[in-house]
Design a protein around this ligand. Sequence first.
Ligand SMILES: Cc1cc2nc3c(=O)[nH]c(=O)nc-3n(C[C@H](O)[C@H](O)[C@H](O)COP(=O)(O)OP(=O)(O)OC[C@H]3O[C@@H](n4cnc5c(N)ncnc54)[C@H](O)[C@@H]3O)c2cc1C
Length: 458
Amino acid sequence: MFPRRESTPAIPFYVPKMLGQELLEVILRRHLEKYSCFVETGTELRSFKQSDEEVTAILAKKQGEDEILETFTTKWMIGADGAKGVVRKQLGLTFQGETRDDFHIVTGDIRLTCAGLDRVHWHRFGSFNGRAVSLRPTDEVGEDGWQFLILASDLDIEKIAQSQQLIFETIASMIDVDITFNKLVWATDYRPNIRMVNKFSEGQVFIAGDAAHVHSPTGGQGLNSGVQDAFNLGWKLALVEKGLAHKSFLETYTSERLPIISEMLEVTTSIMTRAVTTGSMAGWSTILFTLGIHCHFSSIVLDEFATPVEGNTINTYGALDKEHLEAGDRAPDAPKLRRVDAENSSVMTLFGLYSPQYHTVLVFTPSPADATPILSALERYDRSVVQSAVILPSSTVTPIMPAVDLIFVDQEGHAYSAYLVEASQTKVFVIRPDGVIGAIVHGAEGVKKYFSKILREI
Ligand SMILES: Cc1cc2nc3c(=O)[nH]c(=O)nc-3n(C[C@H](O)[C@H](O)[C@H](O)COP(=O)(O)OP(=O)(O)OC[C@H]3O[C@@H](n4cnc5c(N)ncnc54)[C@H](O)[C@@H]3O)c2cc1C
């Protein structure tokens, strides 16, 4: 369904990986545990109030058969409580859009064996403008586990969803090979809602994921977009909480995410509409890999090299173009950078250098002396949130550098190539904690101008 792409030095993860929710949750929870953060199950947010300083939430906790109400006070709250969650509703944010009855499906997990179906491919039978079944092997459910989807405009989908027998029969009727049904794990009927909020926050409270936007599953953008919401908000909230950025900076969460989500809704809706009208699954292009999503339009990115585009068409869901790189794009990777500032010269990648905790200032220069004023300009910023690295071209022989976190030689030219820098040029990139290029500038003045948009005056 997706076009196949091989990994490249700039894009090391180019092949989509399908994960079931149960496995993904294990990965996310294990990661949270590393930071002593645990998900409290059996705890429900009932309501909340907020002032300019804090949020007071009423939680209902299950203890055996009993329910205990608890008051919890916190400075910030993020409602990642899904499409039906209370946070968006209590904030009074709008959730306008439509419900699509023409993509009414039964979906769920099932265990079945069928000699004719390999477990390497996602299988589809029939046509989405009539009757169709899709079966995606999912080992998390079992060696015979599949995620299934049934779409049939002429059948009673609600009735099928309620009956294991009808689900078995409907699948069997659309597949002309022998199947042994072992177990229905779960099933539900589902109609896409295509809706989004008018803003992503109010006061001290934010929303992320399906709480802020829902849409057709065609294109697989939902959870991916939710993770991007969280990443966009996370580093901004951290800077404000540390007192390094103004609270008003958090408004850029809405201003950067709204145009992207709005376009994502259009992209996924058009794939669904094409599928139900023509039966074609065309449109699953590499745009859906989300690597070309950008925020060129953002008020907090700065590009001293880009030519301003006429008109106000934003077009945030761009195709990846390796001939063009602009502030607001996703920062590419580059492998085999040889570290030359330490005694033991190690080799690393740019992705290994970037961190959600830091803005990373990359100074591409053939002349170490040209890097000095740029590195000096960085001294005014908190070192716990800004790191720097100098990237010298592959032709460099023995560099003598001023004090700097890291100095690399781009041995094989991958960094200069991916960042479109000439070996003779000095060009500075500021990579945000969320992996977006915040700035592309000529030197120290540009770096200061960029950080004046992010950090409060010290
Ligand atoms: C058929 C289908 C296929 C999909 N395929 C893809 C795909 O391939 N790729 C992709 O990226 N996305 C896909 N999606 C979308 C994806 O499933 C959702 O976007 C994602 O699960 C949303 O995550 P979330 O955490 O924002 O919300 P949810 O998954 O809805 O999680 C919200 C959580 O909050 C909890 N909660 C709610 N209210 C409260 C409360 N008051 N107190 C405490 N907890 C509360 C809920 O119990 C739930 O655990 C698909 C969706 C569907 C329906």
